[in-house]
Design a binder for this molecule. Structure first.
Ligand SMILES: Cc1cc2nc3c(=O)[nH]c(=O)nc-3n(C[C@H](O)[C@H](O)[C@H](O)COP(=O)(O)OP(=O)(O)OC[C@H]3O[C@@H](n4cnc5c(N)ncnc54)[C@H](O)[C@@H]3O)c2cc1C
Length: 359
């Protein structure tokens, strides 16, 4: 892992503002001094709150307006929440933001004086290739790009039916696909179990990866307060990773979170690209069309299980009523944020528990 200090920016009313340290915060022109004080105390109070259950049935809007006042809510929190959650922010629990603030503070609690971001040279692809080598050498069979159509129980045990017709028997199956998909592919679940999985409300994502001739900014994260920009934020990897990794190119991601049934999932790549580029050029007027070396769009409809009110009471059990079948996914991360650390911690805990139960 490589660790680096990064910079953050805010885009508001046609301008980019740095927001990386105390000096930037004091100079930040969007909030009055009283609003800055209220924003600071909100973050401090959220970082000190340990009893998340006390806010699990409060909407994030109610909670933040109470702590920060409506000025800070309308200028900062609402645009940020809308960018990430769309109109669904109105029914999202306060624990969503509490968990985000807790995660940011966790780095400080480790004793580090400053926040550092870590990246793995070569990215996830390098890590997955190592995993593949290690698992294959242990005799594990990996089937990649294999779509599971259904999982059924028969006299002999469980059987996975793959798209293409192949059927493979197993004694135990642990499904880690999102709940909406698990409910579709797992046959024989009780109606209430299926319903619990179907009721987990997901946000999907359309995310562009853009390679440019050179870096476009110094900000790893640019938060967007302008509600006419059609994406959540701008994540510039080239402001984080060493320039040699990308041979001097700029690489950034343009995420946009949407409900799984949003009509934009059906829009063509060309259409989305021209809309995103238009907004990007508004934010970075020096960027020209021929600076773009590659532009790729990915879509996933079920990515982020949104913490709704009383979320912890709605999560389905990991072990199902079908013998040998368990379902565990990021919907089981209760009062945490969606990130690789939480996912790996959950997977480790559940794998050990399921293994020891079976033996
Ligand atoms: C834009 C974005 C940026 C992120 N950045 C970070 C970051 O910087 N750091 C960080 O820690 N986390 C980050 N995350 C979060 C991280 O990606 C998730 O925490 C993690 O991917 C969750 O892993 P998972 O295995 O539970 O789910 P997923 O990664 O969603 O995996 C589910 C898998 O199930 C597969 N699947 C679905 N249906 C079927 C089927 N029928 N048959 C077979 N397979 C199926 C899917 O193809 C998919 O591969 C980011 C997420 C997004 C969307």
């Amino acid at each position: 892992m490589q660790w680096k200090k990064t910079q953050t920016g805010f885009y508001h009313d046609g301008k980019l503002y740095p927001f990386s340290d105390a000096v930037d915060f004091l100079r930040f022109p969007i909030l009055t001094p009283v609003e800055k004080f209220r924003l600071g105390t909100t973050i401090l109070r959220a970082s000190r709150l340990k009893d998340w259950r006390s806010i699990e049935n409060v909407t994030v809007e109610e909670w933040l307006t109470g702590l920060s006042g409506s000025g800070v809510f309308n200028k900062i929190w609402r645009p940020l929440l809308r960018a990430k959650l769309g109109e669904e922010y109105k029914t999202t629990a306060a624990t969503f933001l509490w968990a985000t603030i807790q995660r940011l503070y966790a780095a400080r609690n480790t004793g580090m004086k400053e926040e550092l971001f870590g990246y793995l040279p070569g990215g996830y692809a390098a890590m997955l290739a190592k995993f593949e080598d290690a698992l294959t050498s242990l005799g594990v069979t990996l089937r990649k790009s294999a779509k599971v159509q259904s999982i059924r129980r028969n006299e002999g045990g469980l059987c996975i039916h793959f798209a293409g017709g192949e059927r493979v028997p197993f004694q135990r199956v642990i499904v880690t696909a999102p709940s909406a998909i698990a409910a579709q592919v797992c046959e024989g679940l009780a109606d209430e179990e299926k319903e619990k999985h179907r009721k987990i409300e997901y946000l999907g994502i359309i995310c562009a990866s853009v390679l440019t001739k050179s870096r476009i900014s110094n900000y790893y994260v640019t938060n967007i307060l302008d509600e006419t920009i059609p994406f959540t934020g701008l994540i510039e990897m080239s402001a984080l990773v060493d320039a040699s990794e990308l041979k001097g190119h700029g690489l950034f991601y343009i995420p946009r979170y949407l409900r799984p049934d949003h009509a934009d999932f059906a829009r063509s790549d060309e259409d989305l690209q021209s809309e995103m580029l238009r907004s990007l050029k508004r934010m970075h007027p020096h960027l020209k069309d021929d600076d773009v070396v590659a532009f790729r769009i990915s879509r996933a409809r079920h990515v982020f299980p949104r913490p709704t009110l009383g979320y912890s009471t709605k999560v389905p059990a990991v072990d199902t009523t079908v013998p040998g079948l368990s379902i565990v996914n990021s919907a089981h991360v209760i009062n945490g944020t969606l990130n690789a650390n939480e996912t790996i911690a959950l997977a480790t805990k559940e794998a050990l528990r399921i293994h020891s139960k079976a033996n």
